[in-house]
Write a protein that binds this ligand. Sequence first.
Ligand code: BG6
Ligand code: MG
Length: 218
Amino acid sequence: MKKKGFIFDLDGVIVDTAKYHFLAWKKLANSLEIDFTEEENEQLKGVSRVRSLEKILSWGNKTISEDRFKELMAEKNEDYLSHISKMDENEILPDVPRVLHLLKELQQPISLGSASKNARTILERVNLKSHFNAIVDGNDVSKAKPDPEVFLIAAKLLDINPEDCIVFEDSVAGVEAANVANMISIGIGSEAVLGHAQHVFRDFTEISNEFIKSLIEK
Ligand code: BG6
Ligand code: MG
């Protein structure tokens, strides 16, 4: 059987942490008297912590000192971590374990490709760390999605050519990064948001074992 590199984003793909990022950013934005909508949140998915705060401040037309910026970043992360600390296996999104087990059975290399600096902590909390042959997260990259760096590093670690990699992503920026990297992009979410992905599924329950096998044989 052929070998492909399967790269998973974390937040919103493996676990539903996107909702915790949203809650933490909303609390922070509102404390600065900045409105924060679900549509704006969509633009923050896959985007690094620094870049997210820059965007929120620009939406609210606010300029702040470098020290205050650092304080706010720490505040957001503390709030986010308070949600994370309560997480367990129950927060793994439906059918993700089925797909991970299938890939293992088919001896396909698997990597994480996340923008989050909290990725390793989260994988440990939900007991999935051992499923990954490689982990690339926000601590390993210098350029944020939509730059393809995170996925290209993952491909290298798996020793698979980028064009033989498949990326599962829930964010606009992440799908773009996968496309730029010349990988097969699979959007997890709505077609309206992720129409630029090569395939879009609402969630993993819609992804059949046959579909995964067909990706390997391609
Ligand atoms: C991405 C999330 O996975 O990680 C973003 O989609 C988040 O919402 C980014 O801002 C950085 O995460 P963290 O955990 O390092 O703040
Ligand atoms: Mg995501």
